[in-house]
Design a protein. Structure first.
Length: 444
């Protein structure tokens, strides 16, 4: 259905939005430095989500709310600057965010299935509802863009995108909730609404790299983190090493995004099967169970594909990766409430291929359960030391993790603990991230 409506969305206007209060940007240092945890995210990766409303927010009121939001998040008016060492900071504060207005010639119900609107049914599988994005233009383009698309029935979608190096999912949805709160506040008598709980926007240890004494840097580098290592410098004349698995000489097949839905009963069954039957006090989370199920099933499908067609080449090691939110683990003294920047550290695990393919589900889930609960991912002291170690690195490009990305790996994130349903004029009828060129990569 998506291809039928491919040309039904057109952008009608673009608006540069500045802070409502011009002094908001002057309160920040320029450039605005990002923190060690922000540097662990590739600058070209966005966070992008579509919100669909059958009771639409008003465009002009949304524009005013966005200007007020930028008073609380003034760094989002700047532009990303990436250094030769891949360090990132925000410059040109006050340049502005962007709000696009678009029109869709179809009604919302044209994209429904079984009585529910489905993101994949929208033009471009939902990507036409997002502002255009050019990964090569991240230093040129706004770091926050919103597309307001009005449908023929009067319904509206909001496609919101920012750069992942600025915030994680918690920070992203907090920002959208703040935008909705300010939008609702504009409906009251007060001309200038305020947030009941302002965000904390300064990244943790952002200034430490520049202010560390030689003794502090040496002490920070003495720590041996369990989640990272520093890649040894290769001799300049050394030939590039070959990967430990065969590279497929043929172009890869296209990757297609699909939504998988699990009922509560199905999740309960998965969780039961993923619990160690040999131990009465063992437990796994629903995410542990679902991750184990998906990792094993996806790997089996990849193996079967190559059994049927050997031209697809050898699989890379079947490593698994998932980020861990350290806000509650590191404490509010380091990461205050309503912390907006990234607060994630990635954990990973490797599996022998035969074990992943044939082991009972509970054995896979047991490994994944332990993976996110090691002291390196849970101990406050180790987490603080890890972030200080990252900040002290003289060459960030040499910082690596043991996760081996490839056509056999899998990465999963969970958003079930964040409040995704931002209420403007009403609650959304759909909230979903579209499948983008970034997410449609085999191995993610």
């Amino acid at each position: 259905m998506a291809t039928t409506f491919a040309d039904s969305v057109s952008i009608t206007s673009r608006h540069t939005v500045h802070c409502a209060n011009e002094s908001s940007c002057t309160a920040l240092d320029s450039p605005f430095c990002l923190g060690p945890l922000d540097h662990e995210v590739s600058p070209g990766i966005p966070v992008a989500v579509v919100f669909v409303y059958d009771k639409p927010p008003d465009f002009e009121r949304l524009r005013r709310a966005l200007a007020r939001l930028l008073d609380y998040y003034p760094q989002l008016t700047g532009r990303l600057q990436v250094g030769s060492d891949q360090s990132v900071e925000i410059t040109r504060l006050g340049t502005g965010a962007e709000l696009l207005e678009a029109q869709c010639s179809e009604r919302l119900d044209a994209f429904s299935s079984g009585g529910h609107v489905v993101l994949q049914n929208f033009p471009g599988a939902g990507n036409a509802l997002m502002p255009p994005f050019d990964p090569a233009g991240i230093s040129r383009d706004p770091v926050l863009t919103i597309q307001y698309t009005r449908f023929a029935c009067g319904g509206v979608s909001l496609g919101v995108r920012t750069l992942h190096t600025l915030c994680d999912a918690d920070g992203f949805f907090q920002m959208v909730q703040d935008l909705a709160e300010l939008y609702r506040g504009l409906g009251n008598d007060a001309d200038i609404p305020s947030l009941a709980h302002p965000p904390h926007i300064r990244p943790y240890l952002a200034d430490l790299t520049a202010t560390m004494s030689p003794e502090e840097r040496a002490a920070a580098l003495d720590f041996k983190p369990s989640l990272f290592y520093v890649e040894a410098s290769a001799p300049a004349e050394a030939a590039p090493s070959s990967p430990p698995y065969a590279v497929n000489p043929l172009p890869p097949p296209p990757v297609v995004g699909r939504f998988l839905r699990f009922s509560s009963a199905e999740l309960a069954t998965l969780k039961e099967n993923a619990t160690d039957p040999t131990s009465s006090d063992s437990w796994v989370s629903t995410f542990d169970a679902l991750s184990a199920h998906l990792h094993q099933r996806v790997y089996r499908a990849r193996v079967r594909l190559r059994e049927n067609d050997p031209s697809h080449g050898e699989l890379s090691p079947p490593d698994f990766l998932t980020p861990v939110n350290i806000r509650s683990r590191i404490g509010t003294a380091q990461l205050p409430p309503r912390y907006f920047p990234n607060a994630l550290l990635c954990t990973d695990a490797s599996f022998p291929p035969d074990v992943l393919a044939t082991a009972p589900l509970w054995q896979i889930a047991k490994v994944l359960h332990a993976m996110t609960r090691t002291s390196g991912a849970t101990s406050k002291d180790e987490l603080v030391a890890t972030v200080r170690w990252l900040a002290a690195q003289p060459d960030r490009q040499r910082v690596k993790q043991s996760f081996r990305y490839g056509n056999g790996s899998l990465s999963l994130s969970q958003w079930n603990k964040v409040d995704m349903y931002a209420v403007f004029a009403a609650a959304p009828i759909l909230v979903a991230p579209p499948f983008t060129l970034i997410s449609l990569l085999d191995g993610l």
